[in-house]
Design a protein around this ligand. Sequence first.
Ligand code: GRF
Length: 200
Amino acid sequence: MMRIGVLASGRGSNLQALIEAWKLGELNGELVAVGSDHEEALALKRAEEAGIPHGAFPLSRFSSRQEQEKAILTWLREQKVEILVLAGFMRVLSKEFLQDIQIPVLNIHPSLLPSFQGLHAQRQALDYGVKISGCTVHFVDEGLDSGPIIAQEAVPVLPGDTEDSLSARILEAEHRLYPEAVGWVVGGRIKRNGRIVVKL
Ligand code: GRF
């Protein structure tokens, strides 16, 4: 059973979807650690309720971002995490962190990458006028939302959509796609050749 760690900054609805998939035995691994950079994150309460070891690493407790990242890395190692899943973690992890961690790191982004990287992806999609958006699960590399793509789900943009209504429709897709894609990676069901990720 592969040991899965999650980092989340806020609401944690994707974490909840992962918890539910895990309880149904659909993750091919176990959730063993949930970390957050916000002490008050709902994600930490969800971890607590699910009985998952959790830790808060607010920047205010450290002398620098580097020290904060070091503490997170040390803790993930103590928990023997073998794959790291970012679920609404609002910090861009440094090059050093990603080099040091030496395990796969996954993220979910609320657009069809490479369109609309960075913050407010749903608003960017609305402002651009695309008719289809969606979500993307990808490996994290040193760039912003630029790593190899594992899975995507398309979602229509409907006339009259607001940022909230589009975000809610994309979020439903996220909750389906993320546990599925994490299950593929954890279960060794993907092959990676440079940027190209193939599901076996
Ligand atoms: C999601 O839209 C995810 O795609 C993005 O941050 C949001 C996190 O939501 N990376 P939640 O905390 O999982 O509810």
